[in-house]
Design a protein around this ligand. Structure first.
Ligand SMILES: *Cc1c(COP(=O)(O)O)cnc(C)c1O
Length: 360
Protein backbone atom coordinates (compact mmCIF):
# COMPACT_ATOMS: atom_id res chain seq x y z
CA UNK A 1 0.00 0.00 0.00
CA UNK A 2 1.45 3.36 -0.96
CA UNK A 3 2.65 5.35 2.01
CA UNK A 4 0.07 8.13 1.79
CA UNK A 5 -3.02 5.96 1.36
CA UNK A 6 -2.51 3.82 4.45
CA UNK A 7 -4.84 5.52 6.91
CA UNK A 8 -6.61 8.69 5.78
CA UNK A 9 -5.74 11.30 3.18
CA UNK A 10 -6.81 14.26 1.05
CA UNK A 11 -6.73 14.03 -2.74
CA UNK A 12 -6.38 17.28 -4.69
CA UNK A 13 -7.22 17.16 -8.39
CA UNK A 14 -4.90 19.71 -10.00
CA UNK A 15 -6.55 19.29 -13.39
CA UNK A 16 -9.88 20.38 -11.89
CA UNK A 17 -8.10 23.22 -10.05
CA UNK A 18 -6.63 24.68 -13.23
CA UNK A 19 -9.94 24.20 -15.03
CA UNK A 20 -11.71 26.21 -12.30
CA UNK A 21 -9.04 28.93 -12.45
CA UNK A 22 -9.50 29.11 -16.21
CA UNK A 23 -13.27 29.56 -15.74
CA UNK A 24 -12.64 32.47 -13.36
CA UNK A 25 -10.13 34.06 -15.75
CA UNK A 26 -12.46 33.73 -18.73
CA UNK A 27 -15.32 35.35 -16.86
CA UNK A 28 -13.15 38.14 -15.47
CA UNK A 29 -11.44 38.87 -18.81
CA UNK A 30 -8.55 40.27 -16.78
CA UNK A 31 -5.61 38.54 -15.12
CA UNK A 32 -6.21 36.61 -11.94
CA UNK A 33 -4.54 36.75 -8.55
CA UNK A 34 -5.34 33.33 -7.07
CA UNK A 35 -5.85 33.55 -3.32
CA UNK A 36 -3.64 30.87 -1.83
CA UNK A 37 -3.68 32.12 1.74
CA UNK A 38 -3.92 29.65 4.62
CA UNK A 39 -1.94 27.09 2.63
CA UNK A 40 -4.35 27.44 -0.31
CA UNK A 41 -7.42 26.95 1.92
CA UNK A 42 -5.73 23.96 3.49
CA UNK A 43 -4.80 22.12 0.31
CA UNK A 44 -1.10 22.97 -0.02
CA UNK A 45 -0.06 26.40 -1.31
CA UNK A 46 3.17 25.36 -2.99
CA UNK A 47 1.88 22.57 -5.25
CA UNK A 48 -1.24 24.68 -5.92
CA UNK A 49 0.88 27.68 -6.97
CA UNK A 50 3.09 25.52 -9.16
CA UNK A 51 0.00 24.05 -10.84
CA UNK A 52 -1.48 27.52 -11.45
CA UNK A 53 1.72 28.92 -13.00
CA UNK A 54 0.65 27.61 -16.43
CA UNK A 55 -2.28 30.11 -16.40
CA UNK A 56 0.11 33.04 -16.14
CA UNK A 57 -1.58 34.68 -13.15
CA UNK A 58 -0.51 38.24 -12.34
CA UNK A 59 0.53 37.10 -8.86
CA UNK A 60 -0.77 35.38 -5.74
CA UNK A 61 -2.51 36.45 -2.55
CA UNK A 62 -1.49 35.28 0.92
CA UNK A 63 -2.30 36.36 4.47
CA UNK A 64 1.09 36.39 6.21
CA UNK A 65 4.80 36.98 5.62
CA UNK A 66 5.54 33.37 6.48
CA UNK A 67 3.17 32.18 3.75
CA UNK A 68 4.80 34.51 1.23
CA UNK A 69 8.27 33.45 2.30
CA UNK A 70 7.37 29.77 1.75
CA UNK A 71 6.30 30.58 -1.82
CA UNK A 72 9.52 32.49 -2.50
CA UNK A 73 11.56 29.57 -1.19
CA UNK A 74 9.62 27.29 -3.53
CA UNK A 75 10.71 29.43 -6.48
CA UNK A 76 7.56 31.50 -7.08
CA UNK A 77 8.75 34.77 -8.65
CA UNK A 78 5.47 36.58 -9.40
CA UNK A 79 4.21 39.39 -7.17
CA UNK A 80 2.74 38.19 -3.88
CA UNK A 81 0.10 40.36 -2.19
CA UNK A 82 -0.24 40.09 1.58
CA UNK A 83 -3.93 40.77 2.11
CA UNK A 84 -3.98 40.91 5.92
CA UNK A 85 -2.62 44.21 7.33
CA UNK A 86 1.05 43.89 8.19
CA UNK A 87 2.34 45.51 11.35
CA UNK A 88 5.47 47.62 11.17
CA UNK A 89 7.65 44.90 12.65
CA UNK A 90 6.72 42.66 9.69
CA UNK A 91 8.02 45.15 7.14
CA UNK A 92 11.71 44.17 7.03
CA UNK A 93 10.87 40.49 6.46
CA UNK A 94 8.22 41.41 3.88
CA UNK A 95 10.74 43.49 1.94
CA UNK A 96 13.35 40.76 2.20
CA UNK A 97 10.89 38.30 0.58
CA UNK A 98 9.79 40.90 -2.00
CA UNK A 99 6.19 40.75 -0.80
CA UNK A 100 3.69 43.47 -1.68
CA UNK A 101 1.76 44.60 1.38
CA UNK A 102 -1.87 45.66 1.07
CA UNK A 103 -2.06 48.60 3.46
CA UNK A 104 -4.85 50.87 4.65
CA UNK A 105 -3.50 52.49 7.77
CA UNK A 106 -1.98 55.94 7.03
CA UNK A 107 0.70 55.46 9.70
CA UNK A 108 1.76 52.05 8.32
CA UNK A 109 1.75 53.44 4.77
CA UNK A 110 4.02 56.30 5.84
CA UNK A 111 6.48 53.87 7.45
CA UNK A 112 6.48 51.53 4.44
CA UNK A 113 7.10 54.42 2.02
CA UNK A 114 9.75 56.03 4.24
CA UNK A 115 11.76 52.83 4.45
CA UNK A 116 11.54 51.51 0.89
CA UNK A 117 10.54 52.12 -2.70
CA UNK A 118 8.98 48.67 -2.95
CA UNK A 119 5.43 48.50 -4.31
CA UNK A 120 2.38 48.50 -2.05
CA UNK A 121 -1.36 48.37 -2.67
CA UNK A 122 -3.92 50.57 -0.98
CA UNK A 123 -6.73 48.71 0.75
CA UNK A 124 -10.01 50.61 0.78
CA UNK A 125 -12.80 49.73 3.20
CA UNK A 126 -16.07 50.18 1.35
CA UNK A 127 -18.31 48.46 3.87
CA UNK A 128 -16.76 45.21 5.08
CA UNK A 129 -15.27 47.12 8.04
CA UNK A 130 -12.51 44.60 8.60
CA UNK A 131 -9.41 46.35 7.27
CA UNK A 132 -8.44 49.14 4.91
CA UNK A 133 -8.78 52.90 4.73
CA UNK A 134 -12.43 54.02 4.96
CA UNK A 135 -13.52 54.99 1.43
CA UNK A 136 -14.35 58.54 2.51
CA UNK A 137 -10.97 59.10 4.20
CA UNK A 138 -8.72 59.00 1.15
CA UNK A 139 -7.71 62.57 2.00
CA UNK A 140 -5.71 61.09 4.90
CA UNK A 141 -3.24 59.49 2.46
CA UNK A 142 -3.34 61.99 -0.42
CA UNK A 143 0.03 63.46 0.36
CA UNK A 144 1.89 60.19 0.76
CA UNK A 145 0.06 58.68 -2.23
CA UNK A 146 1.21 61.63 -4.34
CA UNK A 147 4.85 61.09 -3.38
CA UNK A 148 4.78 57.26 -3.32
CA UNK A 149 1.78 56.22 -5.43
CA UNK A 150 0.46 52.74 -4.70
CA UNK A 151 0.91 50.23 -7.49
CA UNK A 152 -2.66 49.10 -6.91
CA UNK A 153 -5.80 49.75 -4.93
CA UNK A 154 -8.42 47.25 -3.87
CA UNK A 155 -11.55 46.60 -1.89
CA UNK A 156 -13.42 43.49 -0.77
CA UNK A 157 -17.16 42.73 -1.00
CA UNK A 158 -18.90 41.41 2.10
CA UNK A 159 -21.94 39.88 0.38
CA UNK A 160 -20.91 38.98 -3.16
CA UNK A 161 -22.56 35.57 -2.65
CA UNK A 162 -25.92 37.25 -2.08
CA UNK A 163 -25.51 39.64 -4.98
CA UNK A 164 -27.69 42.28 -3.36
CA UNK A 165 -27.44 46.05 -3.65
CA UNK A 166 -24.58 46.20 -1.13
CA UNK A 167 -22.22 45.11 -3.90
CA UNK A 168 -23.23 48.10 -6.06
CA UNK A 169 -22.92 50.40 -3.07
CA UNK A 170 -19.43 49.11 -2.31
CA UNK A 171 -18.42 49.38 -5.95
CA UNK A 172 -19.64 53.00 -6.07
CA UNK A 173 -17.69 53.81 -2.92
CA UNK A 174 -14.59 52.17 -4.41
CA UNK A 175 -14.94 54.30 -7.55
CA UNK A 176 -15.31 57.41 -5.44
CA UNK A 177 -12.21 56.57 -3.37
CA UNK A 178 -10.10 55.77 -6.45
CA UNK A 179 -11.16 59.05 -8.07
CA UNK A 180 -10.02 60.91 -4.95
CA UNK A 181 -6.46 59.59 -5.22
CA UNK A 182 -3.89 61.99 -6.65
CA UNK A 183 -2.67 59.34 -9.12
CA UNK A 184 -4.93 56.59 -10.43
CA UNK A 185 -3.23 53.27 -9.56
CA UNK A 186 -2.52 51.04 -12.55
CA UNK A 187 -3.99 47.99 -10.84
CA UNK A 188 -7.47 48.04 -9.37
CA UNK A 189 -9.05 44.90 -7.98
CA UNK A 190 -12.15 43.92 -6.03
CA UNK A 191 -13.79 40.70 -7.16
CA UNK A 192 -13.70 37.36 -5.32
CA UNK A 193 -15.16 34.03 -6.47
CA UNK A 194 -18.80 34.62 -5.54
CA UNK A 195 -18.85 37.82 -7.60
CA UNK A 196 -17.31 36.10 -10.62
CA UNK A 197 -19.78 33.22 -10.31
CA UNK A 198 -22.58 35.74 -10.80
CA UNK A 199 -21.15 38.53 -12.97
CA UNK A 200 -18.80 39.05 -15.88
CA UNK A 201 -16.55 40.76 -16.87
CA UNK A 202 -14.64 42.58 -14.14
CA UNK A 203 -14.69 46.39 -14.50
CA UNK A 204 -11.14 46.52 -13.04
CA UNK A 205 -7.66 45.19 -13.87
CA UNK A 206 -7.28 42.10 -11.68
CA UNK A 207 -9.54 39.67 -9.82
CA UNK A 208 -8.89 37.66 -6.66
CA UNK A 209 -10.71 34.31 -6.80
CA UNK A 210 -10.17 31.80 -4.02
CA UNK A 211 -12.71 29.18 -3.01
CA UNK A 212 -14.03 28.49 -6.53
CA UNK A 213 -10.57 27.28 -7.54
CA UNK A 214 -10.80 24.65 -4.81
CA UNK A 215 -14.16 23.33 -5.95
CA UNK A 216 -16.48 25.11 -3.53
CA UNK A 217 -19.18 27.69 -4.15
CA UNK A 218 -21.59 27.72 -7.03
CA UNK A 219 -24.53 28.50 -4.74
CA UNK A 220 -27.78 30.31 -5.47
CA UNK A 221 -27.51 32.80 -8.32
CA UNK A 222 -24.25 31.39 -9.63
CA UNK A 223 -24.09 30.86 -13.39
CA UNK A 224 -20.99 28.68 -13.23
CA UNK A 225 -20.13 25.80 -10.97
CA UNK A 226 -16.67 24.59 -10.05
CA UNK A 227 -15.39 21.10 -10.77
CA UNK A 228 -14.76 19.09 -7.62
CA UNK A 229 -11.12 19.33 -6.51
CA UNK A 230 -10.96 17.79 -3.04
CA UNK A 231 -11.62 14.27 -1.80
CA UNK A 232 -11.19 13.06 1.76
CA UNK A 233 -10.87 9.32 2.22
CA UNK A 234 -10.06 6.97 5.08
CA UNK A 235 -9.57 3.26 5.63
CA UNK A 236 -12.02 1.10 7.51
CA UNK A 237 -9.93 -0.15 10.42
CA UNK A 238 -12.49 -2.19 12.33
CA UNK A 239 -15.87 -3.85 11.70
CA UNK A 240 -18.42 -5.39 14.05
CA UNK A 241 -22.02 -6.44 14.37
CA UNK A 242 -23.71 -4.38 17.06
CA UNK A 243 -26.69 -6.18 18.62
CA UNK A 244 -30.14 -4.66 18.96
CA UNK A 245 -30.31 -2.05 21.73
CA UNK A 246 -26.54 -1.49 22.00
CA UNK A 247 -25.09 1.97 21.45
CA UNK A 248 -22.16 3.31 19.44
CA UNK A 249 -19.48 5.87 20.43
CA UNK A 250 -19.26 8.34 23.31
CA UNK A 251 -22.40 9.41 25.13
CA UNK A 252 -24.44 6.65 23.47
CA UNK A 253 -26.17 8.95 21.00
CA UNK A 254 -26.69 6.18 18.43
CA UNK A 255 -28.67 3.07 19.36
CA UNK A 256 -28.92 -0.02 17.16
CA UNK A 257 -32.44 -1.03 16.13
CA UNK A 258 -31.92 -4.64 15.19
CA UNK A 259 -28.40 -5.89 14.55
CA UNK A 260 -26.35 -3.24 12.73
CA UNK A 261 -23.04 -3.64 10.94
CA UNK A 262 -20.73 -0.85 12.15
CA UNK A 263 -17.50 0.09 10.38
CA UNK A 264 -14.89 2.25 12.07
CA UNK A 265 -13.04 4.60 9.70
CA UNK A 266 -9.67 6.12 10.63
CA UNK A 267 -10.78 9.75 10.40
CA UNK A 268 -11.80 12.00 13.25
CA UNK A 269 -12.10 15.58 14.35
CA UNK A 270 -8.33 15.78 14.81
CA UNK A 271 -8.17 15.39 11.03
CA UNK A 272 -10.74 18.15 10.53
CA UNK A 273 -13.78 15.87 10.17
CA UNK A 274 -16.04 17.91 12.38
CA UNK A 275 -17.89 16.66 15.42
CA UNK A 276 -20.95 18.49 14.06
CA UNK A 277 -21.22 15.65 11.52
CA UNK A 278 -22.01 13.17 14.29
CA UNK A 279 -25.22 11.27 13.42
CA UNK A 280 -25.73 13.70 10.50
CA UNK A 281 -22.93 13.21 8.01
CA UNK A 282 -22.50 10.37 5.58
CA UNK A 283 -19.73 8.57 3.78
CA UNK A 284 -19.47 6.47 0.64
CA UNK A 285 -18.41 2.85 0.88
CA UNK A 286 -18.22 0.83 -2.34
CA UNK A 287 -20.26 3.52 -4.04
CA UNK A 288 -23.06 3.42 -1.45
CA UNK A 289 -24.04 6.21 0.88
CA UNK A 290 -23.92 5.23 4.56
CA UNK A 291 -24.66 7.33 7.66
CA UNK A 292 -22.28 8.36 10.41
CA UNK A 293 -23.27 6.42 13.53
CA UNK A 294 -22.77 8.18 16.86
CA UNK A 295 -20.35 10.93 17.80
CA UNK A 296 -17.29 11.58 15.64
CA UNK A 297 -14.27 10.93 17.88
CA UNK A 298 -10.78 12.40 17.72
CA UNK A 299 -9.28 9.74 15.47
CA UNK A 300 -12.15 7.53 14.36
CA UNK A 301 -15.68 7.80 13.00
CA UNK A 302 -18.20 4.98 12.92
CA UNK A 303 -20.45 4.26 9.93
CA UNK A 304 -23.57 2.16 9.71
CA UNK A 305 -22.66 -0.10 6.78
CA UNK A 306 -25.46 -2.61 7.31
CA UNK A 307 -26.07 -4.35 3.98
CA UNK A 308 -22.87 -3.10 2.38
CA UNK A 309 -20.32 -5.80 1.70
CA UNK A 310 -17.07 -4.33 3.05
CA UNK A 311 -13.95 -5.38 4.88
CA UNK A 312 -11.26 -3.99 7.08
CA UNK A 313 -8.80 -2.12 4.84
CA UNK A 314 -11.52 -0.91 2.44
CA UNK A 315 -11.87 2.77 1.74
CA UNK A 316 -14.58 5.17 2.92
CA UNK A 317 -15.03 8.52 1.18
CA UNK A 318 -16.11 11.45 3.37
CA UNK A 319 -15.82 14.15 0.70
CA UNK A 320 -15.72 13.39 -3.01
CA UNK A 321 -16.90 10.78 -5.45
CA UNK A 322 -17.01 6.99 -5.23
CA UNK A 323 -18.66 5.19 -8.13
CA UNK A 324 -21.90 6.96 -9.02
CA UNK A 325 -22.28 8.63 -5.63
CA UNK A 326 -20.91 12.01 -4.77
CA UNK A 327 -20.43 13.85 -1.49
CA UNK A 328 -19.90 17.42 -2.57
CA UNK A 329 -17.79 19.64 -0.31
CA UNK A 330 -20.59 22.25 -0.23
CA UNK A 331 -23.07 19.60 0.91
CA UNK A 332 -20.80 18.27 3.65
CA UNK A 333 -20.18 21.82 4.89
CA UNK A 334 -23.92 22.54 4.93
CA UNK A 335 -24.60 19.37 6.92
CA UNK A 336 -21.97 20.50 9.44
CA UNK A 337 -23.54 23.99 9.60
CA UNK A 338 -20.33 25.55 8.38
CA UNK A 339 -18.99 27.21 5.27
CA UNK A 340 -16.97 25.20 2.76
CA UNK A 341 -14.13 27.67 3.39
CA UNK A 342 -14.03 26.64 7.02
CA UNK A 343 -14.30 22.94 6.25
CA UNK A 344 -11.43 22.99 3.74
CA UNK A 345 -9.18 25.26 5.78
CA UNK A 346 -9.83 23.02 8.78
CA UNK A 347 -8.41 19.84 7.20
CA UNK A 348 -5.44 19.03 9.40
CA UNK A 349 -1.86 18.28 8.52
CA UNK A 350 -2.19 14.69 9.74
CA UNK A 351 -3.87 13.94 6.41
CA UNK A 352 -1.28 13.63 3.65
CA UNK A 353 -2.18 15.65 0.54
CA UNK A 354 -2.05 13.60 -2.63
CA UNK A 355 -1.93 15.66 -5.82
CA UNK A 356 -3.50 14.12 -8.92
CA UNK A 357 -3.24 15.28 -12.51
CA UNK A 358 -1.47 18.46 -13.58
CA UNK A 359 2.04 19.25 -12.48
CA UNK A 360 2.53 19.84 -8.77
C1 LIG B 1 -9.98 35.32 0.73
C2 LIG B 1 -10.07 36.57 -0.03
C3 LIG B 1 -10.45 36.55 -1.38
C4 LIG B 1 -10.95 35.31 -2.08
O1 LIG B 1 -12.28 35.09 -1.72
P1 LIG B 1 -13.11 33.84 -2.26
O2 LIG B 1 -14.48 34.07 -1.74
O3 LIG B 1 -12.47 32.62 -1.65
O4 LIG B 1 -13.02 33.85 -3.73
C5 LIG B 1 -10.38 37.75 -2.08
N1 LIG B 1 -10.00 38.90 -1.46
C6 LIG B 1 -9.66 38.94 -0.16
C7 LIG B 1 -9.26 40.23 0.46
C8 LIG B 1 -9.69 37.80 0.60
O5 LIG B 1 -9.38 37.83 1.90
Amino acid sequence: MDQDRRRAWVEVDLGALTHNAQVMAERARVRIVPMIKADAYGLGAIPIAHALECLDPWGYGVATVVEGDALRRAGIERPILVMTPLLEWDFPAARQCRLTPVLGDPQAIAVWCRTSDAPWHLSIDTGMHRAGLPWNCVGDVREIAARHPPEGACTHYHSADVGDETVQLQEARFREAVAALPVRPGLLHAECSPWLERHSPSPWNLVRPGVFLYGAGGGEGAVVRPMAVVSVRARIVSLRDVPDGETVSYSATYRAHGTRRIATAALGYADGYRRALSNRGSALVHGRRVPVAGLVTMDMTMLDVTGVDCRVGDMATFIGRDGDEDLDVNEVARTADMSPYELLAGLRQRLPRIFLGGQA
